[in-house]
Design a binder for this molecule. Sequence first.
Ligand SMILES: [Zn+2]
Length: 132
Amino acid sequence: MNYEYRCPKCHGYIRIGEHIILSAKNKDLPGGLILLHPEPGNYAVIRHSTFNYEKGDLVEFFCPICHHNLDSKKHMNLAMLIMTDESGKDYDIYFSKVAGEYSTLKMIGEHMEIFGEHSGEYLDFFSLSQNY
Ligand SMILES: [Zn+2]
């Protein structure tokens, strides 16, 4: 599972080892760094104990390199990253910004894979032939 993850804006590499490194912010300043698991559907999160949020909070994610806001254009609750597989194919990865909501969508062209128990809530915002 040697996927690379990149920022959609600066294309910088944001996976190091077994972590996707993002800058994040909730309604309480100043936010912090957050480490996500690179396997879609694995919602393990590592963050500093001083960076707190409650279940249901909307967390904003930013590229740690260029500070681009990773909001997707599909839905205000989804953030977006680029994932590149071993053969060099790029996928769009959408994941929920809502704390405690398990929703990840992986797309290439018209093909979509979904992960997480809450992913169904966002399918209506993607007009395509679904494959899952
Ligand atoms: Zn960037």
